[in-house]
Design a protein around this ligand. Structure first.
Ligand code: SF4
Length: 758
């Protein structure tokens, strides 16, 4: 037995140490505590027979969806034609957003595993909270504040992730926590912070329509961000669309130019383009001199990246390289876009910065249709990057800066000394900490690490070493939840309210339009309960509701690059169709004036629905200048060899799948839109040579695992390369655990494998 059969106290006096701080029983009042979340009623911002608009909770596009209610029940939804993001469009996931909420495997009560190898059994919230606090407090007492970590998500609201990060570090007194945004957006975060002085994607979606040259690097928006791709399709300028990708993806097929480079030669290619642009004198010297530093050193560095050298490394002819550079040089409004093909690489931060360098040297930033633009992954990755209190102090502040500490402590109403100064371990370091016996307890929130983490079998074996694993999720059936000692049932999108921040920095609202099943509670409410049972509720007295938390976060943002003090409240976000940051308080009076006088559509002071950063050429670095940052390219961590001669590429499979299929797998409609079982794309030449026929079973092997997949014989992959979608559980048993040294993001995109017919 891992821990004794749970003793459920009937009165506070029976509580065993160290839960003495617990202050009373779980009451109906606490369960229905302020804010209308959890088990409460539909809040007054939604009426029972109405249509209300909220943002989608899957990807970072942040589409507006109309949810139609009848008798207080959400019965259907449609895409909002007035929302400035999607303009009446939605992808299959959005149309099916309500379906996963009714899945039969929703967690409806907390579950506890009373003995190792035993089943998860239902228990009540009081028992769950007592156990949660008892186990984690015991680990802290015995092994110290570094012995428990959490792994969180970019899928919960900004208010929830901020509460979670503050609760864990300030209230519970732990240090190490990270989020699954480490798996998708850590690179963009670090690259922007180093180059621009703040994690600041500069663009607005109108830029898709205003460019005359769009360059997509490691990005397949047709599948991964289909509504963004629809915005590209609305571009009236007959733009050149350039795609850099080893595969002939759906986006590459729709492009005007496709550069099918060798995997992980992107950094070399980008330096080669910089070399050619300098050679062609296609750089904007006045912009470089006025607004950047480090260009001369960069220009000297890229002298070595001759077309001949780059052509050999990337597998692109010198003539095509010159055509690529010439297209950029000829563009008036050139925009650069990147996604996971860049972010999930072993030298991803420098690759992202090589893209930023191209935008800076050509002056392609701060103007319509331009920018070095990272397309974010999850619906609230941007909220996590700024407000999760993980990699930086809440709101991108510095935990070792006295003024920042005093500011945050004052806003939260806490003692400044409660804020830890120690940096948190990154996700991979937390995993390593489990392996080394330093991390004994783990709390996983709204992410399915047992499926999604790189080198999955090692990760899952390490979970067995934990003394206590808590999983908080909508579903008790995820691969991670099935390994939990304690499962906490969470409310999902549509069952709570709060804000999400999309790729273009737009803060959107989600609303409670249905009741969570059984006893499931919002993550915000679970944080309130934990604070109560842990005995630190006094530190969170100001976090009475999501909207109260949003008011705190507004103050946190004051005078920061993401200042959103001009947003009045949730109703304001609703009325404006989402609001991009920054919106300092000075904007508030003007916006109020325009709305109060019914002049929303023609008042010149109305908040613009499409705003981009750096129009004045000033960046967020201390000297206001953007930085040229660069490094020598490094070899692929696990190149192919005689034993494992293929390069495995991974990525998104269809627009109907989301991550580990935890939600999209619940929809009959969506399941019909993608293959049920794992498949592998393989080039016809390789298939012929290996005796592999279409749809026949094959074995894929890496140094870490062997899996079975069905062969999809297609010329969209190059000879010597294969592609497997990331959504199938098997794929991450194969992947190689390499990490970018700056962002600690896993390099999912390329490792060595063998292929054999079965
Ligand atoms: Fe939702 Fe993204 Fe699809 Fe829009 S594109 S409907 S935000 S999943």
């Amino acid at each position: 037995m891992k821990f004794p059969a749970l003793k459920i106290p009937s009165t506070p006096a029976e509580l065993i140490p160290p839960i003495r701080a617990w202050t009373g029983p779980l009451t109906e009042e606490l369960v229905r505590s302020p804010g209308g979340f959890g088990l409460g009623q539909i809040p007054d911002r939604v009426t029972p027979d109405d249509t209300t608009t909220m943002v989608c909770g899957f990807c970072s596009t942040g589409c507006g969806l109309n949810v139609h209610l009848k008798d207080g029940q959400a019965i259907n939804l449609s895409a909002d034609a007035t929302y400035p993001v999607n303009l009446g469009m939605a992808c299959p996931k959005g149309w099916e957003a309500l379906t996963p909420l009714s899945a039969p495997d929703r967690g409806t009560t907390p579950l506890v595993r009373r003995r190792r190898g035993g089943p998860l059994e239902s228990c009540d919230w009081e028992s769950a909270m007592v156990l949660f606090c008892e186990e984690f407090k015991a680990l802290k007492a015995k092994h110290g504040p570094e012995s428990v970590a959490f792994l969180s998500t970019g899928q919960i609201t900004t208010e929830e992730m901020a509460f979670l990060g503050c609760l864990f570090k300030i209230g519970m007194g732990f240090i190490h926590c990270d989020s699954n945004t480490r798996q998708c957006m850590a690179t963009a975060h670090v690259a922007y912070k180093q180059s621009f002085g703040f994690d600041a994607p500069p663009y607005t979606y109108a830029d898709f329509e205003e460019s005359d040259v769009l360059v997509f690097i490691g990005s397949n928006p047709c599948i991964a961000h289909p509504i963004m791709w629809q915005r590209v399709m609305r571009n009236p300028h007959s733009p050149e669309i350039l795609v850099v990708d080893p595969r002939a993806t759906e986006t590459a097929m729709a492009a005007t130019q496709h550069y099918a480079i060798q995997p992980k030669s992107d950094l070399t290619l980008l330096y080669g383009l910089a070399h050619l642009l300098i050679e062609m004198d296609a750089v904007r010297r006045e912009f470089i001199e006025a607004h950047t530093t480090g260009f001369e050193e960069f220009a000297e560095f890229v002298r070595a990246f001759s077309p001949r050298h780059v052509s050999a490394a990337a597998g692109i002819s010198e003539e095509r390289l010159r055509h690529f550079a010439q297209t950029i040089a000829d563009g008036k409004r050139v925009s650069f876009w990147w996604t996971m093909g860049v972010n999930q690489g072993h030298e991803s931060t420098r690759t992202a910065q090589a893209i930023i360098n191209l935008a800076l040297m050509t002056g392609s930033i701060g103007r319509p249709g331009t920018g070095a633009n990272s397309i974010t992954g999850q619906c609230n990755a941007m909220g996590s990057r700024i407000f999760a209190n993980i990699t930086s102090l809440l709101g991108a502040h510095d935990a070792n800066d006295d003024a920042d500490r005093a500011k945050i402590a004052g806003i939260l109403g806490i003692d400044e000394s409660a804020i830890p100064r120690e940096p948190s371990m990154a996700y991979d370091e937390i995993v390593r900490g489990i392996a080394e016996g330093k991390i004994k307890g783990l709390w996983v929130i709204a992410t399915n690490s047992s499926h999604s983490w790189i080198h999955q079998s090692e990760f899952n074996a390490l979970l067995e070493r934990l003394d206590f694993l808590v999983v908080q999720d909508l579903y008790s059936t995820t691969e991670t939840a099935q390994r939990a000692d304690l499962f906490l049932p969470a409310a999902g999108w549509g069952e709570k309210e709060g804000t999400l921040i999309n790729s273009e920095r737009r803060i959107g609202l989600i609303k409670k339009i249905r009741r969570a099943p059984g006893q499931a509670l919002s993550d915000f409410h679970i944080c309130q309960l934990i604070a109560h049972y842990w005995g630190c509720a006094a530190q969170f007295a100001r976090w009475t509701s999501p909207e109260a938390a949003f008011a705190l976060l507004k103050e946190v943002s004051r005078n920061q690059p993401n200042d959103m003090t001009g947003i009045r409240d949730y109703h304001h976000i609703d009325a404006e169709g989402g609001i991009q940051w920054p919106l300092p308080e000075a904007s508030l009076s003007r916006a109020t004036h325009s709305i109060e006088h019914g002049q929303e559509h023609d008042c010149e002071n109305r908040i613009s629905t499409e705003r981009r950063l750096f129009e004045d050429g000033r960046f967020f670095t201390p000297d206001g200048r953007a930085r040229f940052l660069f490094d020598e390219p490094r070899a692929m961590p696990e190149p192919p060899d005689d034993e494992y001669p293929f390069i495995l590429l991974t990525g998104r499979g269809t627009s109907s799948q989301w991550h580990t299929n935890t939600r999209t797998g619940k929809s009959d409609v969506l399941r019909k839109l993608y293959p049920a079982h794992c498949y592998v794309e393989i080039h016809p030449t390789d298939a012929r040579r290996l005796g592999i026929r279409p749809n026949s079973p094959v074995q894929l092997a890496s140094r870490r695992a062997k899996i079975r997949a069905a062969a999809f014989v297609t010329p969209t992959v190059q000879p010597g390369q294969i592609f497997v979608p990331m959504h199938y559980r098997e794929v991450n048993t194969l992947t190689f655990p390499a990490f970018d040294p700056h962002s600690r993001q896993p390099a999912y995109k390329a490792c060595a494998v063998s292929v054999a017919a079965l």
